[in-house]
Design a protein around this ligand. Structure first.
Ligand SMILES: [Zn+2]
Length: 155
């Protein structure tokens, strides 16, 4: 299997460059539900990504939990939209799809399995899912067709 090195490089660069923006968007989703419930919140970023703390737990815990992933999914859709505009940069599609997988998993876990997610029990699963989907998609879209072996025949 031959892999296109530029697709791999751009996949790595874009994925890392978008960690903070996607994470901030995710936390903004939670923050909106917090503020719509009439509570104060703090939102900040550090080396590990975006963070948000709501002064109280909003009564609609499904909306509160799921809105992070929903906003993250909208960000992923925007990345995929950038790819679709030109359809020439597969690394952009790879990164958009990889973020979509991660954010969809978070939407489900945070919205519907809130205590399990909050306990940290799913952290390892989410990290593994992130790595497997990103690496798998990168390899899938970096594959280049095998160069046909041309056999020359002498008569
Ligand atoms: Zn979240």
């Amino acid at each position: 299997m031959r892999l296109n090195r530029s697709v791999i490089q751009w996949s790595v660069i874009l994925y890392i460059a978008l960690v903070i923006p996607v994470s901030l968007l995710h936390e903004t989703g939670h923050a909106l539900v917090c503020s719509a419930s009439g509570f104060d919140y703090s939102l900040w970023i550090d080396g590990t990504g975006g963070h948000m703390v709501c002064a109280h737990t909003p009564s609609n815990s499904v909306a509160y939990g799921a809105m992070g992933g929903l906003f993250g999914l909208m960000g992923s859709a925007a990345i995929i939209g950038f790819w679709a505009a030109a359809k020439r940069h597969p690394a952009v599609l790879v990164v958009g799809l990889a973020y979509a997988v991660d954010q969809a998993a978070k939407l489900i876990l945070e919205g519907f399995f809130t205590p399990l997610y909050a306990s940290g029990a799913t952290d390892l699963f989410l990290t593994a899912l992130q790595l497997v989907s990103w690496i798998g998609l990168t390899i899938y879209f970096a594959r280049t067709p095998k160069i046909q072996a041309v056999t020359s025949r002498t008569k």
